[in-house]
Design a protein around this ligand. Structure first.
Ligand SMILES: Nc1ncnc2c1ncn2[C@@H]1O[C@H](COP(=O)(O)OP(=O)(O)OP(=O)(O)O)[C@@H](O)[C@H]1O
Ligand SMILES: [Mg+2]
Length: 529
């Protein structure tokens, strides 16, 4: 029995109500197994595939066991990246919605420590953090360990690989003996088993039985190509399969930045994330991706672990990962919570041996495929066009137009010819728009007022700029009258401005990648939805 109803678990009504609201109908196998085991006081190593709800598997029992009367931290969850700490904290907050007086807090580097200390002082039961910042709070005495009953390592294996072992051991030594220690990941190498022996008691290894490490609902493909064909391969596959959201992994920060610029220049809504950006920049990029303001996230492995974004339909390994484990985690950003997904791997020269290792390690089938040709893309576009036309015809009253066409038929054309001509003309127009977009000549529909185009601008800190500043800076740089610049809403650290469509490129060209002189304003991406 792998999946059961949540109410068959021994959990509170508060949790039942929360999971129902979150749309969970049945438990996932790791939840079926881990929730009772943790409630029963066991130490566990939990291994289950990517996207199968490991967060709730440890989150639910932790929330159940917290003492609301005690305002001291009772659980620490360590995560390898800041983004993941934030995300796990958000998931726990949703699960804790009806658990009044249970508080969770993410703590991570790059965010004001003062603010975190204030929040800790107010009383928090579950602290979710990256090792460095958690250690910092422990040293300062702002995070006390005396009441810690639960210690969780999410993505346990990578925490060891990243050299956090000393920090982890220091924390474990100072947490009271009676604690429960829980390790989770989709991949559990031997190093974790050693750590388990050393720090866990009567540990249970919960391995959700699967012959494959990867999720079956992800279709995996590889393309044997030359290095300089990678970009073409990527854009063709993107154009053909049109994923809602996609993540493209490269092995270095430099590659990520270069590819991002190339994609943006071709009109794709892309942005980059890697460890070289500061926390504000990283938060902003992740925020834009989660909200669909950008559709393609170009990333290093900082985004490979744990990140859960709905509707990521495709993952690309632009460079194959160095490590076979990472393959599992990277492609696991799609095909989550039972959804389907695609993984595309670019294989250059000797990469083919690495690909074989990956296939062997994951026990999964990666199908050989070819870069789609221009005519494949046209055929797909034709199919999409026909579908849209069908839907349109079913839902619109064509009365007046039918009369007009009848007139045309009376003259010299057949109905077939007229339909074909209209279709050709209409598809050519779409094509033109696409080409313009791809060459960066057109902004497409950016949701701006008619005749205007909306530009997305990174403004650093909100309190440093006013709409007047922004208009002044753009006008100053472009020589455009300030009156032409409109609709400014300032959000946390970005803003949208609208400029006349024909001026859009000029404004972008002047400002692209450059801070507007003397201000914190930087035009970051050309378009938004
Ligand atoms: N029982 C459930 N039914 C439906 N959806 C669920 C269930 N449990 C969790 N989810 C959702 O599934 C998604 C993936 O969950 P989660 O991020 O915990 O996966 P994970 O196993 O930790 O994956 P990874 O190995 O990538 O970290 C989340 O959006 C989560 O809210
Ligand atoms: Mg996870």
């Amino acid at each position: 029995m792998q999946k059961i109803k949540f109410n068959e678990l021994n959990v509170s009504d508060e949790i039942l109500k929360a999971v129902e609201e979150m749309g969970f109908e049945e438990t996932t196998p790791i939840q079926t197994n881990a929730i009772p085991a943790v409630l029963d006081g066991k130490d566990i190593v939990g291994q289950a595939q990517t996207g199968t709800g490991k967060t709730a598997a440890f989150g639910i029992p932790l929330l159940e066991e917290m003492d609301a009367e005690n305002k001291n931290p009772q659980a620490i969850i360590l995560c390898p990246t800041r983004e993941l700490a934030i995300q796990v904290s958000e998931e726990l907050k949703r699960l804790a919605k009806y658990k009044n007086r249970i508080y969770t807090l993410p703590v991570y580097g790059g965010q004001s420590i003062g603010r975190q200390i204030k929040a800790l002082n107010k009383g928090v039961q579950i602290v979710i953090g990256t090792p460095g910042r958690v250690m910092d709070h422990i040293r300062r005495g702002t995070l006390k360990l005396d009441n810690i009953d639960y210690f969780v390592l999410d993505e346990a294996d990578v925490m060891l690989d990243m050299g956090f072992i000393d920090d982890i051991e220091t924390i474990l030594r100072d947490i009271p003996e009676e604690r429960q220690t829980l390790f989770f990941s989709a991949t559990i190498p031997k190093s974790i088993k050693r750590l388990s022996k050393k720090y866990q008691k009567k540990s249970e290894f919960l391995r959700v039985a699967h012959e494959k490490l990867t999720v079956p609902s992800i279709d995996q493909y590889y393309y044997e190509i030359r290095r300089h064909d990678k970009l073409k391969a990527l854009t063709r596959i993107l154009d053909l399969s049109n994923p809602e959201l996609a993540i493209v992994f490269c092995n270095t920060r430099k590659m990520v930045d270069e590819l991002n610029i190339k994609l943006q220049a071709r009109g794709y809504l892309a942005d980059a994330i890697h460890g070289g950006l500061n926390q504000n920049q990283r938060d902003r990029v992740m925020g834009k991706f989660r909200n669909g303001i950008i559709e393609i996230l170009v990333a290093t492995d900082v985004a490979a672990r744990g990140i859960d974004v709905d509707d990521v339909e495709a993952v690309f390994n632009y460079d194959l990962p160095q490590d076979t484990d990472y393959y599992v985690h990277r492609i696991g950003r799609t095909g989550r919570a039972g959804k389907s997904g695609e993984a595309h791997n670019f294989v250059v020269g000797k990469d083919i041996y690495k690909l074989r290792d990956i296939q062997k390690f994951t026990q999964s089938k990666i199908k050989r495929s070819e870069i789609p040709s221009q005519s494949d893309i046209e055929a797909a576009q034709f199919e999409q066009f026909s579908d849209e036309l069908g839907t349109y015809m079913d839902s619109t009253d064509l009365g007046k137009y039918i009369e007009l066409i009848e007139d045309l038929i009376d003259e010299q054309y057949s109905a077939l010819e007229i339909a074909a001509a209209l279709m050709k003309k209409s598809m050519e127009r779409e094509d033109e728009e696409d080409q313009n977009e791809n060459s960066g000549q057109s902004f497409g529909d950016t949701g701006a007022e008619p005749g205007m185009v909306r530009l997305f601008i990174n403004i650093g800190k909100k309190d440093k700029v006013s709409p007047r500043h922004i208009v002044g800076a753009i006008a100053g740089e472009t020589g455009m009258p300030g009156g032409l610049i409109g609709a400014i809403d300032i959000y946390d650290n970005f803003t949208f401005v609208e400029v006349p469509r024909e001026k859009g490129h000029e404004v972008l060209q002047i400002m692209k990648d450059n801070y507007i002189k003397g201000t914190k304003i930087n035009i970051e991406a050309a378009r938004s939805k």
